[in-house]
Ligand binder design. Structure first.
Ligand code: GTB
Length: 216
């Protein structure tokens, strides 16, 4: 039985791969597992049947037989532990890759999400310009640290892993901010990841949802 994931019926990013189902699609493509997608509207996401899958009424969710998961970190870890291709076999290297998954969502992503909230939800507040300056400083502090760690390496710790998948998707949210321009090694890191055939298949699949919806 194929796993079923949920995704936006109408993604606010117009299919640019920024919604989080992209992480799950990409992971499944990396490990070569087919999957089904169930598209949900905003109203459906907040209704009891979807909240039974994700109490926070969000996408993506992941169903595989009797197992239901939410939170992309846990979904990607589940996929990576079940199938070869996203985590090294050697226990210490595997633990380090998992550390990078957590670093992506717990250390690097929070100020990036704060920026998105300030831009989208607080744009008309008088204090938003000042707040954005502070948030951008916090983002740059994390990017300085990440770039220092990455140096000239291809990936965060040895070969490509679920840690890179999560980190790359977190950083891609900064695409339109202009902030990444000052970090050529991070830009090259993102480009390397986006060149991966699995990334491209996942991107094309989620873009096709937007294209189909707009051509109706
Ligand atoms: N921590 C959870 C996870 O990693 O799974 C967060 C899940 C989450 O934020 N889901 C979002 C959602 O369901 C969609 S991806 N939002 C609806 C809601 O909360 O009511 C977040 C997202 C949305 C839009 C863009 N965009 O337009 O660029 C990018 C990312």
């Amino acid at each position: 039985m194929l796993p079923i994931i949920t995704a936006f019926q109408s993604s606010p990013d117009r299919g640019q791969g920024l919604a989080r189902d992209m992480r799950v699609r990409w992971a499944l493509e990396e490990v070569g597992r087919p999957y089904q997608v169930r598209l949900v509207s905003f109203a459906e996401m907040k209704a009891p049947p979807h909240r039974a899958l994700n109490p926070f009424g969000q996408i993506p969710t992941y169903q595989e037989g009797a197992l239901t998961l939410f939170e992309t970190g846990s979904i990607i870890l589940h996929i990576a532990k079940q199938h070869a291709g996203l985590l090294p076999d050697e226990p210490a290297a595997q633990a380090r890759a998992i550390s990078w998954m957590f670093a992506a969502v717990s250390t690097v992503e929070p100020p990036i999400l704060e920026r998105a909230s300030a831009k989208l939800l607080e744009a008309d507040q008088p204090w938003t310009p000042q707040r954005l300056l502070l948030i951008d400083d916090r983002i740059r502090a994390r990017l300085d640290e990440l770039a220092a760690h990455l140096g000239d390496a291809e990936w965060l710790d040895g070969g490509f892993s679920a840690g890179d998948l999560m980190m790359v998707h977190v950083l891609l949210r900064l695409g339109s901010s202009g902030i990444l321009g000052a970090y050529p090694t991070l830009c090259a890191y993102l480009a390397r990841a986006q060149d991966r055939p699995a990334y491209q298949r996942a991107f094309d699949a989620q873009l096709a949802v937007f294209t189909a919806a707009t051509s109706r």
